[in-house]
Design a protein around this ligand. Structure first.
Ligand code: FPP
Ligand code: MG
Length: 289
């Protein structure tokens, strides 16, 4: 299945989307796509089939998000914790990623036409070289697309990300590129893997589990969180619309608190962050070559 499905929506689904669009649509929605293995068990199929169905659901979900006008989506596709699963399952998940990232190149025209930028966030050093290469090439190919952004968290945990941000800052301070007084919430945010994205407005987790599982802990400080009782492969457009409605209702009580992360940045910090982004991009180009 392709990255963005073309399944058409029914009249009633389109009508409900238009009704929701009269209200505020979240700019950035994050998903914890949980429940693939329980789904596989329920259907008496192999775990790999559950993950594959999970990808198909992601593809449908991206189509619904585009219809809703959601500009940015971040999905938790592989946690660093998932490396502790059996070798067979980890291999199957890596193979699924290989297959899907390879497919991205076949779908280049469609992605470019739809203006979709794909970014992978996470600790890429933990991934096999061939997968790093595919991921880097996909990111480079779509980097100038501006219509919608898909962030795939792969080999990601929030604590790893925050630790990485801290190490970047400590290194910068040791080398005299920044001063200890420059360290604040804003600088930590700027050094996260997600530094190119606004914080999610809404986080949706499936499978009935009510936890964040080390996903975007820093970024979701003020996000609304919607827990859906269904397993990820069973997630449907009505669950998504329910999540968006939940967000719209919550907006009134929250009155969108100002992001407390607005802190003054001097030239030194701006240069440090811009150099960091360049360094990360150069690393991707090395992976891609
Ligand atoms: C959680 O369900 C899901 C995962 C660990 C993998 C999610 C991956 C996909 C949906 C495919 C995405 C692939 C790409 C390349 C973007 P689980 O395995 O924890 O299931 P359980 O909660 O029932 O045990
Ligand atoms: Mg799970």
């Amino acid at each position: 299945m392709s990255w963005i499905s073309e399944n058409s929506l029914s009249h009633i689904q389109k009508f409900c989307i238009n009704v929701l669009k009269c209200g505020s649509i979240p700019n950035h929605v994050a998903f914890i796509m949980d429940g693939n293995r329980r789904y596989a068990k329920k259907q008496h199929v192999a775990k790999a089939e559950g993950h594959s169905k999970g990808f198909d659901k992601l593809s449908d979900c991206l189509n619904w998000c585009l219809e809703l006008g959601i500009k940015e989506v971040t999905v938790y596709a592989f946690s660093i914790e998932n490396f502790k699963r059996t070798k067979d399952e980890v291999d199957q998940l890596m193979d699924l990623a290989r297959e899907k990232f390879s497919r991205l190149f076949e779908e280049k025209d469609k992605l470019m036409e739809n203006g979709i930028c794909i970014r992978v966030i996470g600790n890429l050093t933990l991934l096999p070289d061939d997968l790093k290469k595919l991921i880097a090439r996909a990111m480079i190919m779509t980097k100038d697309n501006k219509n919608a952004i898909l962030n795939v968290a792969f080999s990601y945990t929030s604590r790893d990300e925050i630790a990485n941000s801290m190490m970047t800052i400590v290194e910068g301070a040791k080398q005299g590129k920044i001063e200890v007084d420059d360290i604040n919430e804003s600088l930590i945010s700027h050094c996260l893997y997600t530094n190119l994205s606004p914080n999610p407005d809404l986080l949706i987790r499936t499978s009935g589990e009510v936890r964040l599982s080390d996903f975007l802990l820093w970024q979701c400080a003020n996000s609304q969180i919607f827990f859906a009782e269904v397993l990820w492969p069973e997630f449907n457009i009505w669950h998504l619309l329910q999540g968006v409605f939940y967000y719209q209702r919550g907006l009134r009580s929250m009155q969108m608190k100002e992001d407390p992360n607005v802190q003054e940045e001097n030239f030194r910090i701006r240069k440090f962050v811009s150099d960091l982004n360049e360094r990360r991009w150069r690393q991707l180009e090395i992976y891609a070559s």
